[in-house]
Design a protein around this ligand. Structure first.
Ligand code: GLT
Ligand code: MN
Ligand code: MN
Length: 399
């Protein structure tokens, strides 16, 4: 008889070294949705810190108003922040990322940095600077900007090119602020195609990457891709993340699960599209070679509405365990001699110098080269076998 392994004591148990983080707004989500009320009581921030630490998390992230209520007095703010810092210290949790809520208050109904009213744009900058100060005080080195309300239903309300310019000027302003304050902080832009707006500007990680290249301080700005958001756009998360990594722009990541064609589900990591999750972890961990991602692994996900508080921490454990299991599976896959042979067979073992670097002479030579077009086209690539091996590793049959 196989002895049953208690999930609490196997090698997939999360530890601080794994760099897993959660937002106060994620595990603290009381389950309210557009159709129903909260199903769980609110948890205080120090309580969340204690429970996350007990689960093996490394850090906790927050929006300004997850911790300090909108409109709180300076005294109130300092008291709340003090209690939070004491809990962090007691439970050895860090705050690697902070962000700003530019979507809940009605003032942001037409957007924040892209709103038509200049007073709204100015208030958004003021609120963001205060949230940056809070993040810096808590030790955060990454500041996420998710423009949930930066979009439209009535597209005629502004020229979308004006929205691009306004977003650029807000980012340039904020980069100067961070430099001026001498904060050790970089921004990570998070894209989403729609929801809560009909259409949100800069709909994907790819849009964000281009915007960054037009900024005054592109070195201070990277991306924060989210599985759910890229999937909502019908795109491959792994490809968006790969492009960001290749550009040195993957500053942060939002891991969760999502079915294609749905609203933003923010499900437990790996609970949907397990193959996509496997390929993402394989990429982040560099098990196939290439540089790995070394930043925090943040789960921007929510427990099902069916759960009570203990169920929320089952959910949190589930996110982390699935990540570690997928990492072990990816390592096994990339160690498998049959996999390696199949990949090597198709890889460019012999480099063609003509493709490496352009020269006029090389271009002339290449134009004259004769190709055995039909013979090349006839070769079967055996990707079916390769993909089946991936599935078998994923299902635990190999490795
Ligand atoms: C909000 C959103 C997330 C963002 C958060 C950061 S808030 O919950 O759905 O995707 O990452 O502002
Ligand atoms: Mn989401
Ligand atoms: Mn997110």
């Amino acid at each position: 008889m196989t002895p049953s392994i208690s999930p609490a004591f196997d090698r997939f148990e999360p530890t601080r070294e794994d760099r897993f983080t959660f937002g106060l707004w994620t595990v603290g989500n009381p389950g309210r949705d557009p159709f129903g009320e909260a199903v769980r009581p609110a948890q205080s921030a120090p309580h969340i810190v204690e429970r996350l630490a007990a689960c093996g998390a490394y850090g906790v992230n927050l929006h300004d108003n997850d911790l300090v209520p909108f409109g709180a007095s300076a005294r109130e703010r300092d008291r709340i922040v003090g209690e939070f810092k004491a809990a962090l210290e007691k439970h050895h949790l860090v705050v690697p990322m902070a962000t700003v809520n530019l979507f809940s208050h009605p003032i942001f109904k037409d957007g924040a940095f892209t709103a038509n009213d200049p007073q709204v744009r100015a208030f958004a900058l003021q609120k963001t600077m205060q949230a940056i100060d809070l993040g810096a005080e808590l030790g955060a080195e990454i500041f996420v900007l998710w423009g949930g309300r930066e979009g439209v239903e009535a597209d005629a309300c502004r020229d979308p090119r004006v929205a691009v310019k306004r977003m650029r000027s807000a980012l340039d302003f904020l980069c100067e602020y961070v430099r001026d304050q001498r904060y050790r902080m970089r921004f990570a832009l998070e894209a989403k195609p729609n929801e809560p707006r009909g259409d949100i500007y800069f709909a994907t990680t790819g849009h964000m990457l281009h915007l960054i290249s037009t900024l005054a301080h592109p070195e201070l700005v990277g991306v924060n891709p989210e599985v759910a958001h890229e999937t909502m756009a019908g795109l491959s998360m792994a490809h968006g993340v790969a492009q960001a990594m290749e550009a040195g722009k993957l500053y942060h990541i939002d891991l969760n699960g999502q079915k294609i064609g749905r609203y933003d589900q923010d499900l437990r990591f790996g609970s949907e599209d397990l193959k996509g999750a496997f390929l993402l972890v394989r990429l982040l961990e560099g098990t196939a070679g290439g540089a790995s991602y070394t930043g925090p692994l943040h789960f921007d996900a929510h427990a099902y509405r069916t759960e009570d508080e203990d169920g929320v921490y089952d959910f949190a454990k589930g996110c982390m365990r699935t990540y570690k299991i997928l990492k072990a599976r990816a390592e096994g896959f990339d160690r498998d001699p049959e996999v390696r042979a199949l990949i090597a067979e198709r890889g460019d073992a012999v480099l063609d110098p003509l493709l490496e670097r352009y020269s006029s002479q090389g271009a002339r030579t290449l134009k004259e080269r004769r190709f055995e077009v039909d013979a090349i086209a006839r070769v079967g690539l055996r990707y079916e076998r390769l993909d089946q091996l991936l599935i078998e590793h994923l299902m635990g049959l190999r490795g």
